[in-house]
Design a protein around this ligand. Structure first.
Ligand code: PEP
Ligand code: MN
Length: 340
C-alpha cells in the first residue's frame, strides 16, 4: 500500500504515519520527492482490510492507494497462468476450445429435455443446461421439478454423453445437486450468497458463478474468492448482463467483463447472451461478440417450443436457430484463434 502525504504535512505527521505502519505489522519505506513524500507500507495488505481506513484517518495523509487486488486466489497477480477447469475428458474451460452449454431454462418434462439434449448434442454443444431448482421473481411462478428434474438431466447426460450444468439455490441442496450434475451453477440472484458460495467451495464439482445483476466485476471476483478460499479451485465465471437504465433489452450484456476478467484473473469466463439480451433475435449477434471478446464458453437457452416454455421462452432458441448459430460461431472462433 502506498501512503501519499499531503504537501503541507509536517515531519511529526510523517513520523506518526510510519509508527502506525509499523504498529500494524507492515514495513515502511519513505520516498521524499520535491513536492511530496510517499511512504510505502509493505506487507500482505489483503489480510488487513481496516489498514487502509486506519492510515487514511491520520493527520497529514492525502490518500492511501492499495497495490494488490483484494481478491488473492482469483487474481492473476498471484496466479499468472490461466486456469484450465476440467469437467470431464474433452470438456474443459480456459483452453483453446470454446465450450458450448445449451438447453432449456427449466427442465419441464422428459420429452422436452430429451429432445433438447439430442438436438443440442447434434448441433455440437458440449454441456446440457437446464434448471431443476428455479429462482423466480414470483413465488407463484413455476419453481422447477427439483430432484425429478435432476434425474432427467442425469438420464439425458447418460444417453447423449453431454455433461450437465444446473443451478443450486440453497446450501441444503448442494449435496443432491452435486450428485447428479457435473457443474453447479450459482445464479445471479445468489452471486453474493456467501453461505452458499462457501458450501459449493467445500465440494469438488466445478462451479459456474454468474455475475449479480447489480454486481461489479470486482464483486464477482470477490465471490469467486469465497469458493476458492474453501478449497475448490474450479470456478468458471459468467457474464450474464447487468441492470442499467437501458430498457430495450432485458439486461445490458457487459462484454467489457470478458477482457477485464482475463486481465485481472486467471479464471475462465463465459457469456450468457440469452439472459443478457432477453430476446432470441439478439442472442446470435451477442454470442458472436462474446467470442470475439475472448470468452471461454457460451451458455444459451434452447427449447423445442419456446412459446410454450415455462420460463424464459422469448429468449430461447428453437433447434434450427441453435443449429444455425453453431455454424455461424465457428468462423468467428477461428478468426480469434479459438476452436468450436
Ligand atoms: C438461468 O440460467 O436460467 C438463470 C436463472 O440465470 P441468472 O441467474 O443469470 O438469471
Ligand atoms: Mn433462464
Amino acid at each position: 500500500m502506498i501512503v501519499v502525504m499531503d504537501h503541507k504535512a509536517s515531519k511529526k505527521q510523517e513520523k506518526d504515519v510510519i509508527a502506525e505502519i509499523r504498529r500494524l505489522g507492515f514495513k515502511d519505506h519513505a520516498i521524499h520527492g520535491v513536492e511530496k513524500t510517499v511512504i510505502g507500507a509493505v506487507g500482505d495488505e489483503r489480510q488487513k482490510s481496516q489498514v487502509k481506513e486506519a492510515l487514511e484517518t491520520l493527520a497529514g495523509v492525502e490518500q492511501v492507494i492499495p497495490i494488490l487486488k483484494p481478491f488473492k486466489l482469483a487474481s492473476r497477480e498471484v496466479h499468472k497462468k490461466s486456469s484450465i477447469i476440467k469437467v470431464k475428458p474433452g470438456v474443459e474451460f480456459g483452453g483453446k476450445k470454446i465450450m458450448m452449454m445449451a438447453g432449456p431454462c427449466s427442465v419441464e418434462n422428459e420429452e422436452q429435455l430429451m429432445k433438447t439434449a439430442r438436438a443440442v448434442k447434434k448441433a455440437g454443444a458440449h454441456i446440457l443446461r437446464g434448471g431443476a431448482y428455479k429462482p423466480r421473481t414470483s413465488p407463484y411462478s413455476f419453481q422447477g421439478m427439483e430432484e425429478e428434474g435432476l434425474k432427467l438431466l442425469a438420464k439425458a447426460s447418460k444417453e447423449t454423453g453431454l455433461a450437465v450444468v444446473t443451478e443450486v439455490l440453497n446450501e441444503k441442496e448442494v449435496d443432491i445437486v452435486a450428485e447428479y450434475a457435473d457443474i453447479l451453477q450459482i445464479g445471479a440472484r445468489n452471486s453474493q450468497n456467501f453461505g452458499l458460495l462457501k458450501a459449493v467451495g467445500r465440494q469438488k464439482r466445478p462451479v459456474l458463478l454468474k455475475r449479480a445483476m447489480s454486481g461489479t466485476i470486482k464483486e464477482l471476483l470477490m465471490s469467486a474468492e469465497y469458493i476458492l478460499d474453501q478449497g475448490n479451485p474450479n470456478v468458471i465465471l459468467c457474464e450474464r448482463g447487468i441492470r442499467t437504465y437501458e430498457t430495450a433489452t432485458r439486461f445490458t450484456l457487459d462484454l467489457n467483463a470478458v477482457p477485464v476478467v482475463h486481465r485481472d484473473s486467471h479464471l475462465p469466463i463465459v457469456v450468457d447472451p440469452s439472459h443478457g439480451t432477453g430476446f432470441i433475435e439478439l442472442v446470435a449477434p451477442m454470442a458472436k461478440a462474446g467470442i470475439a471478446a475472448g470468452c471461454d464458453g457460451l451458455i444459451i437457452e434452447v427449447h423445442p417450443k419456446p412459446h410454450e416454455a415455462f420460463s424464459d421462452g422469448p429468449q430461447s432458441c428453437t433447434f434450427p436457430v441453435f443449429n444455425k448459430l453453431m455454424k455461424e460461431l465457428r468462423p468467428v472462433a477461428k478468426a480469434v484463434g479459438r476452436i468450436l
